[in-house]
Design a protein around this ligand. Structure first.
Ligand code: PMP
Length: 424
């Protein structure tokens, strides 16, 4: 495969997809993947070096010239702009002074501080659940609940656009898993009927995302809840991109549909709207107790540092006291979408994620490079993260981007839209 092709194709013509296969030897792997990734780093396509705090404008160091330039950030999941919010920074620093920089152990041993329990209770209260538990990341939370709750003979029925962390849970677990086409309720119903016909009493969990990370579209939770109830399945919602974005108070997709108390397994992350790292699962108390013992990514992994936990707790309080932040986020989304549509970009948007499809024949790395040269940080997503004909620019909107930032970015979209011939 790639080895023979390498003689006739230059490395820069390869894409991520070319590297998704089994390698004969580690030597083969290193000798091709290493120059490929190094090339991407040098071109500023991945691992762009940010030299200051995550905010509306960031400084990036060019890997070739070592020159720093300021760019407008349209590629951060820090949706509410909390990553560098003074109040949260202060709460985090304060906790470092009181608790030091880490716990030195997992939650069941020495890794549960008063701050950890306080945050777990806060999340449980927000999600209207009996209890909640913290994980080192959202990734660990998805792997943890899926492998911790489901055993052999059980079923996970999941949306085909689910995040890699759920897929990795499936690889690690002994349960059976069935995908349904993205947001296709008829197909979900068919799978549930078939599973129940074969196994009337087995445990079945349906997992969807509140907001999907690539298209920014929303799962139709009311319909999904209805059929889960009909077929005796639990409903798990990964709300990584919905919490802090949707709902009257920013409490997430379930709040958007006014059905917080109707979700069996709430999963979320602090790596988006809260601007730090960490994940959680919330649900009925007995389920959380069981997971504390059965979720290996919880039991065998060190706890989040108390400072991060304090920062997230302060984030919840900040969101409650500053509802205008949420309004600002949605205003920014509307402003950007209106501007892009008026230029001829065709986009569908429901949340803080704005996807802009780029024709397959255009090389994404070239587009990204031009955006950076023009002072806009934006992420490209290509196959295998999305289908081949669905490669895209993915704007992640932030509440703290100013009108001046957005106007500048819109100017760049117009210029490059014409340059690449992608305005419809
Ligand atoms: N679920 C979804 C839908 C995500 O987008 C992500 C992060 N990309 C995760 C889970 C994992 O979260 P974390 O970054 O906290 O590990």
């Amino acid at each position: 495969m790639i080895q023979q092709e390498e003689n006739t194709r230059h490395l820069e013509n390869f894409s991520f997809a070319d590297f998704l296969h089994e390698w004969h030897t580690l030597e083969d792997k290193y000798s091709l993947v290493s120059p490929f990734i190094q090339g991407l780093v040098q071109n500023g396509y991945v691992m762009r070096e940010v030299t200051g705090p995550a905010q509306n404008r960031v400084k990036i160091r060019d890997q070739v010239s070592q020159k720093e330039t300021e760019v407008i950030m349209l590629g951060s999941n820090n949706y509410l702009g909390l990553a560098n919010e003074p109040e949260l920074v202060e709460a985090t620093v304060q906790a470092v002074r009181e608790y030091g920089i880490g716990c030195g152990g997992p939650p069941l041993l020495n890794g549960t501080t008063t701050l950890h329990r306080k945050l777990e209770k806060k999340i449980a209260e927000k999600k209207k659940c009996g209890d909640a538990m913290l994980f080192a990341s959202g990734y660990a939370a998805n792997v943890g609940w899926s492998t911790g709750l489901l055993g052999s003979g059980d079923y996970l029925i999941y949306d085909s656009q689910s995040h890699a962390s759920l897929h990795d849970g499936m690889k690690m677990g002994s349960f059976r898993s069935i995908p349904f086409a993205h947001n296709n309720i008829q197909e979900l119903r068919r799978h549930l009927m078939q599973v129940r016909w074969k196994s009337p009493y087995t445990n079945v969990i349906v997992c969807v995302e509140g907001v999907y990370s690539m298209d920014g579209d929303i799962a139709p939770l009311p319909e999904i809840r209805q059929i889960c109830t009909k077929y005796g399945a639990l409903l798990a919602v990964d709300d990584a991109h919905g919490s802090g974005v949707l709902g009257r108070t920013g409490n997430g997709t379930a709040e958007h549909f006014q059905m917080d108390s109707e979700i069996d397994i709430h999963m979320g992350t602090f790596s988006k709207s809260f601007g730090v790292t960490g994940g959680y699962v919330a649900g009925q108390k007995e389920m959380i107790d069981a997971l504390r013992l059965c979720a290996r990514s919880y039991m065998f992994s060190a706890s989040l540092p108390p400072s991060i936990v304090a920062g997230v707790h302060a984030g919840y309080e900040f969101i409650d006291r500053h509802p205008e932040r949420l309004t600002q986020l949605h205003d920014n989304v509307q402003y950007m979408v209106k501007g892009l549509r008026s230029m001829g970009f065709s986009i569908e948007v429901e949340t803080a994620i704005i996807p802009i499809l780029i024709p397959e024949q255009i090389q994404m790395s070239t587009v990204i490079k031009r955006f950076h040269e023009e002072g806009v940080f934006i992420n490209g997503v290509e196959y295998p993260a999305v289908e081949r004909d669905k490669q895209r620019l993915r704007i992640s909107m932030m509440a703290t981007l100013t009108k001046q930032d957005l106007n500048y970015a819109l100017g760049v979209f117009k210029k490059l839209g014409n340059e690449f011939g992608i305005l419809s």
